[in-house]
Design a protein around this ligand. Structure first.
Ligand SMILES: Cc1cc2nc3c(=O)[nH]c(=O)nc-3n(C[C@H](O)[C@H](O)[C@H](O)COP(=O)(O)OP(=O)(O)OC[C@H]3O[C@@H](n4cnc5c(N)ncnc54)[C@H](O)[C@@H]3O)c2cc1C
Length: 418
């Protein structure tokens, strides 16, 4: 089987790259083992929350020029990053994912712990605040679903009261969700969302919220609505129209993140792209600095070939990188990984310190070609969190690196082929 491009990994970077290549008329295949980081995301896209030295960033586009040479944004190039950042909202809008926020400005989101955290753009459900001292309402009703433990209303109330709001918490009982409560491990955001996606159940929920309301001007709800379609959140907002409705992310799994993943996948497939889920690329033939073919667990001895290949397999979380007690490696191609040899330099024993292993990944040249045994592999490109050179957790740059490197790789591949 021959494709123009085979993409390994169908998370944010693999899908953005795949959609971009399909738009350019390429025949692509995405192979993805399973869930991606989007399934666990906050529902907000970080671009660059702070510099590697900890300085908070207000305008991420401006800040890119001050990053060190090995940072993925420096490799992509400041002008390219600015162009991709400017294009991101439209790209996602065309995929049916509405983002709020501005390309050249960071704002703040409310975390499930009730504190404000800097971010760049948010999926439409979530409100963004201009400052971390902004009150989202004077009198706030925080509504949970009875038995749902991944949305801690007391934490959220404490955070919002610290900013001067008055909060009241309540939990509503929905009969259709009662069977999930019999087993607490089933009372998860995605299971709840599946039930609440039925209009008649959402209507009952809205009626319960209305019954619980007193004089509150703002209603806070867990982001457990609209697994497949954002119309559910829109209908809740319009039904409670005279009050401000704010959705706050729950602990994972992430309903808005999964909806985004499903939406991007659907757009990719509708554009003619092929998506193989549940299979893992486990072998590759590399000769003379070129990938000749790859193989997967399910395809066994049958190989897959393409003119170019994209490694978008994520970091440790998605097994794009693997750590053993004595070494860290990239499992598909055996690429060179940027990381210190000594295990003691991989991490800090203080949990909340900056953890160095987050910045490990494959090193690339300016064309995003990763290295194998010191030589760039010329028909292979790397995109997303498999890249080295940034600490996405500390700097808050995860989604930006994934989106912009994916767009850059798609441009590089199509420019080369033209
Ligand atoms: C738990 C978590 C939460 C995060 N939340 C946020 C957030 O809220 N905002 C933000 O900006 N950033 C967040 N990040 C940072 C995140 O890394 C990026 O935002 C981005 O989603 C990463 O996308 P990716 O496509 O590079 O990798 P991933 O999303 O990890 O996707 C990689 C995909 O490749 C597949 N794969 C791996 N190896 C193979 C193989 N050999 N064969 C086939 N498939 C393979 C995996 O199954 C996976 O589906 C989060 C990261 C994690 C780990």
């Amino acid at each position: 089987m021959k494709f123009d491009t085979i993409i390994i990994g169908g998370g944010l970077s693999g899908l953005v790259c795949g959609i971009s290549l399909q738009k350019k008329g390429k025949r692509t295949l995405i192979i993805s083992s399973g869930q991606s980081a989007l399934h666990f995301s906050s529902g907000s896209f970080d671009f660059l929350d702070r510099m590697p030295d900890g300085t908070p960033v207000e305008n991420p586009i401006e800040a890119v020029s001050k990053l060190p040479a090995g940072h993925p944004y420096s490799v992509i190039g400041r002008e390219n990053v600015a162009a991709y950042a400017g294009n991101t909202k439209r790209f996602f809008e065309e995929c049916g994912v509405t983002l709020s926020g501005d390309p050249d400005r960071n704002r703040f989101r409310i975390t499930p712990a009730g504190v404000f955290k800097r971010t760049w753009m948010s999926i439409g459900d979530f409100a963004l605040a201009d400052s971390d001292r902004e009150k989202i309402g004077e009198r706030i009703l925080i509504v949970n679903i009875l038995g749902f433990l991944d949305f801690n209303t007391a934490f959220i109330a404490e955070g919002l009261e610290n900013l001067g709001s008055q909060c009241r918490c309540t939990a509503v009982k929905i009969d259709e969700l009662e069977h999930l409560r019999k087993n607490p491990s089933e009372m998860r955001a995605t299971n709840i969302a599946r039930v609440l996606d039925r209009q008649e159940v959402t209507d009952k929920f809205i009626a319960e919220v209305k019954a619980a309301l007193k004089d509150e001007d703002t209603i806070v709800l867990p982001a457990v609505f609209g697994l497949k379609n954002k119309s559910v959140t829109d209908s809740i907002k319009s039904s409670l129209g005279d009050r401000k409705v704010v959705f706050i992310a729950t602990m994972p799994p992430s309903v808005p993140g999964i909806r985004t993943q499903l939406q991007l996948r659907s757009v990719y497939e509708h554009s003619g792209g092929e998506y193989l889920i549940g299979d893992t690329v486990d072998k590759a033939v590399v000769s003379k600095n070129s990938v000749m073919s790859i193989g997967t667990v399910n395809f066994g001895d049958m190989s897959l070939e393409a003119d170019s290949y994209v490694l978008a397999s994520g970091s440790f979380f998605s097994k794009g990188l693997v750590a053993l007690p004595d070494r860290i490696f990239e499992p598909v191609f055996g690429l060179d990984v940027d990381c210190p040899a000594e295990r003691k330099d991989w991490y800090s024993t203080q949990l909340f310190d900056r953890q160095e292993y987050v910045s490990f990944g494959v090193r690339t040249d300016a064309g995003l070609h990763p290295f194998k045994s010191g030589e760039p592999v010329m028909n292979l490109y790397a995109a997303g969190s498999v890249l080295s050179g940034c600490n996405s957790l500390y700097e808050g740059c995860g989604a930006g690196v994934s989106i912009f490197s994916a767009m850059r790789v798609a441009d590089l591949i199509s420019n080369k082929e033209e």
